[in-house]
Design a binder for this molecule. Structure first.
Ligand SMILES: [Zn+2]
Length: 343
């Protein structure tokens, strides 16, 4: 028994979009009550493996390599040649490689074919990757940052679309198709907000380049015609919430010096929850988006709620976050897998 002294006991938080650079990422995350991290692309499988199953640190799930096209920015970013998918006939090999590493799900980078200088996976290749992953009962996550990229992903049967367009809100017909197909969103509002702040006015077709970490300052300046506005992300997420699309908390937190935007592990998830409430969720819905909802949708039945038989991933906070979401920041104690790590 734990005497909460008037605080609130919550299940440990799940961040459904992070990137891992080292053990410090896990230490920072767990300090802020994050007890499960979904890694959304790593260059080094051995690094992911070395971070799994560490007592008192978050539980790690990973896609290992993300699939991208020949000549893509990822290909130039230090991801190995075997992470490049050379067409539909290469999909099975790629999926088998990730499963061989121990992947929990498959991740694709869906670029907008209209983006200049960025090679994109064809619709046929995306569909073949989804088909192969589903044959192995693995969910498919895809990076999408423009309406055209969303459209390709939705048509191909992607399960989880991550990020949201900054250039314009997602058109209502695509939102409706997402509802009909049961597509899940991990909008990473906190990252999109930081991108809008940092890159200000640039042509939205360049967004996926920015997000793919391959952009150069010079290039940004060339395209300062239209603005990337966080308001568009908020509007899209509001439409998702109103339409009943499952919206899951994820941050895109990373401490990679090669990334165009680093974001604190752990603390950023609390900001994500606040942004979700601003976009129209109730505080309870926001809490569910980082606990019971990803647990249910991503097959993590052993966590996401407080009951006998689940992992002892718990946080004790001051105040009542079901009324004021910012109370999740007032952490008094954290337990990860039964190990008390804070308090
Ligand atoms: Zn990411």
């Amino acid at each position: 028994m734990v005497d909460g002294h008037g605080g609130t006991l919550l299940p440990g938080l799940i961040d459904s979009h992070t990137h891992l650079t080292g053990a410090e990422d896990l230490e920072s995350a767990v300090h802020w009550g994050v007890t499960t991290m979904l890694d959304m692309a790593s260059r080094v499988p051995e690094l992911v493996d070395s971070l799994r199953n560490r007592p008192g640190l978050p539980d790690i799930l990973s896609c290992y390599y993300p699939a991208s096209a020949p000549g893509s920015t990822q290909a130039r970013m230090g991801f190995p040649a075997s992470s490049i998918v050379n067409g539909p006939q290469d999909a099975e090999r790629f999926v088998a490689q990730q499963l061989g590493f121990g992947a929990d799900y498959i991740k694709l980078i869906i670029e907008d074919p209209a983006v200049r200088g960025s090679a994109a996976l064809s619709s046929e290749t995306v569909a073949a990757l989804v088909e192969a992953a589903h044959r192995y009962n693995k969910k498919v996550f895809a990076h999408v940052t423009t309406p055209d990229a969303f459209s390709i992903g939705i048509d191909a049967g992607i399960d989880v679309l991550t990020h949201a367009p900054l250039g314009k809100p997602l058109p209502q017909d695509l939102v409706t198709t997402m509802v009909n197909k049961g597509v899940i969103s991990v909008p990473t509002m906190v990252m999109m907000k930081q991108i809008a702040k940092k890159f200000g006015k640039i042509n939205p077709v360049l967004l996926s380049l920015v997000m793919s970490k391959g952009i150069f300052r010079k290039l940004i300046n060339m395209f300062k015609s239209e603005s990337l506005n966080y308001h568009n992300v908020e509007e899209t997420v509001r439409a998702f919430i109103q339409s009943g699309i499952p919206v899951i908390a994820g941050t895109d937190a990373n401490t990679d010096p090669k990334s165009p935007l680093m974001l604190n592990q752990g603390e950023s998830l609390h900001e994500e929850l606040e942004l979700m409430v601003k976009a129209g969720m109730s505080p309870v819905q926001a809490l569910q988006s980082a606990t019971s909802l990803p647990a249910k949708l991503f097959g993590l039945q052993d966590r996401g709620s407080i009951q006998t038989g689940t992992r002892a991933d718990l946080i004790l906070v001051d105040g009542n976050p079901t009324i004021d979401i910012s109370a999740t920041r007032a952490i008094k104690r954290v337990w990860a897998g039964g190990v008390q790590v804070r308090g």
